[in-house]
Design a protein around this ligand. Structure first.
Ligand code: MG
Ligand code: ZN
Length: 196
């Protein structure tokens, strides 16, 4: 039974801090490998999830190439840093899904209304199928409304991380639980498990 449970994870603002962009005056995804760092509590958070038999599946919107803000090479390099972190610690993240599209992008081939950008549930559905997951034993952790919408649309339990740097893109959708960070979110999920 435990083998069919999963935690779906957003990346930016959950696993790594957002980065202040002087041009847009907004907190955004890291655009360069040097700007990517992993919160210190992520290791123990993911280890706890693995210990309790969760599949951990990352679903991240990465439109900054489509918007002309960085190169695909930089984006891929950042993805590699996260995968290396996971693999070096015994595969903490089982699967990675990235959407590179944006409806208002400027780069041809990447700038259109795709079907994989959160809150689309496409990648969640794909994972449920691939890993044979029980939907009612699955959770979505994210820091933006689009994450919570995605989780709710897919019928998952949602945990919203209150990251002050993502305030502008959150607050309109009600999650099942609030958490102050990823470690706190994992505690909420383990509490739910214990109630069953
Ligand atoms: Mg985020
Ligand atoms: Zn997409």
């Amino acid at each position: 039974m435990g083998r069919n449970r999963a935690v779906f994870l957003d990346r930016d603002g959950v696993i790594n801090p957002l980065v202040y962009n002087l041009n847009t005056e907004e907190y955004e995804s890291p655009h360069y490998p040097e700007d990517f760092s992993i919160y210190t509590y992520i290791l123990k958070s993911l280890q706890l999830l693995k210990k309790h038999g969760f599949k951990v599946i990352l679903i991240s919107n990465q439109p900054s190439y489509a918007k002309g803000k960085t190169s695909l090479e930089n984006i891929r390099e950042i993805e590699k840093l996260l995968q290396e972190f996971s693999d070096e610690n015994g595969i903490l993240i089982d699967k990675y899904y990235y959407c590179y599209h944006h409806p208002n992008g400027i780069v041809p081939g990447y700038s259109y209304v795709c079907d994989c950008r959160k809150p689309s549930t496409k990648f969640v559905e794909q994972s449920i199928e691939e890993f044979g997951l029980n939907r009612s034993d699955c959770y979505f952790i994210g820091d933006q409304d689009t994450d919570i919408e995605c989780g709710k649309n897919a019928g998952l339990v949602t945990v919203k991380i209150n990251n002050k740097d993502s305030q502008k893109k959150s607050g309109k959708v009600q999650p099942d639980f609030f958490a102050k960070n990823m470690y706190d979110a994992v505690q909420r999920i383990l509490e739910v498990l214990n109630e069953h």
